[in-house]
Design a binder for this molecule. Sequence first.
Ligand code: PLP
Length: 457
Amino acid sequence: MARPHAALAARAARSEVDLHSKDFADLLDLEDPLRKFRERFDLPRKGALPNVKLEAHEAAEECLYFSSLNLGLKPKEVDSAVQVQLEKWGALGVWTYAAEPYPILVCDSSGNEMMGRLVGADPRSVTMMNGLSVNLHLLFISFYQPTPQRYKILTEAGAFCSDMYALRSQAAMRGYDPSEAVIEVSPRPGEYTLRTEDILKTIEEQGGAIAVVCMSGVQYYTGQRFDMQAVTRAAQDAGALVGWDLAHAVGNVDLHLDAWGVDFAFWCLNKYLCGGPGAIGGAYVNRRHEGRRAAHLKGWWSNRDATRTEMRGECDTAEGVGGFRITTPSPILVAMACVSLRILDEAGMQRMLEKQFLLTGYLEELLKSRFRSSGGEEQLRIITPEDPAQRGCQLSILFPAGVAEVHARLQELGVVCDLRAPRVLRVAPAPLYNSFKDVFTFVQVLLEATKGSPWTT
Ligand SMILES: *Cc1c(COP(=O)(O)O)cnc(C)c1O
């Protein structure tokens, strides 16, 4: 894939502006087709954040927000959407269940079209339900059917802890020793990201023993986007099923679950999807698994919507992923999620990806050019892949030392990004509301925050 440096340098040259000047950031913002979307989100003020040490006039400014990989910002329209649900409850009591918008019996299907577009799936194969870790477990209970010959689960080393606990506990629940049953593919010595060839080789070598391959689509720590298509194909060729954790992938990279033939997937909506703290989760089951009813946990929400309130003695289980639902969804959480899904839909994933290419590329460009020793060596190491096809918004920056102090100083100056001790800062500019000026200013502030570090001299 083309590199953003070339595109940025060509654009700067065309207008005869310095690639590293603030004028260039302003130019890119002016040309940004998504620039109007920022107004639709609440950006926290610096002074409202903990640990900020700024004069009053600076404290009143919007913060520099790069933490959408933890929690996307709040769309302003969420207030009224939630208010409507509360008023409906107040005005109608139990009749709120039947009243628009988001009548409860069908509310969890409201986002299916939009979520389907984001993950590249038939809307009938996705649903909102529960939270991510719960969905992982529910899908595993059905899809992880270990036998003494084929019982292993393959994942990436350093996976998000919740996923690791979940996978190990799934193996243990079925009577397998998790330290043996869960295979972790690691980067090579001295490397931080995984090579696709190493994942494929492990699948080839251990394929006969692997029941499920379950990795993250985008790795939360390194920001690496795995080759989901190649891994899916290799795993299925080896006779395994494939489930993807899309927590850091959905709304961040292009996904084609149906075309890739993925078996199942799950995600949360609180990160790039801006569904709010504790947002309802998402799940996908490939339609070829419809009719597969074995080892399937059920509750009354597993019924088809049309028969749920008949209280039948036998569950009239909905087809496909709908049957995996167990419990009453919160229409408040669904309403919150749908507000931001609509905004994302309006912005369009294609435009977001085009902006991401430049925006994250611009961050990379500025970091590389500004943090150089007098000998010309790069002082910061970006461990996220350089190839834009192998990453999304996020860059993970590895510091030689002292990252906790740098992060503390960034907080004082009104920057929100993510510290992963001992040495990494994760920074994720979001195309939906971050500007090129945000990125430019961030790098200026980072220079200030690192001043005096032994490695910057
Ligand atoms: C954010 C995230 C989670 C969060 O799990 P919840 O069950 O929604 O709390 C889990 N796994 C990964 C990989 C994540 O990035």
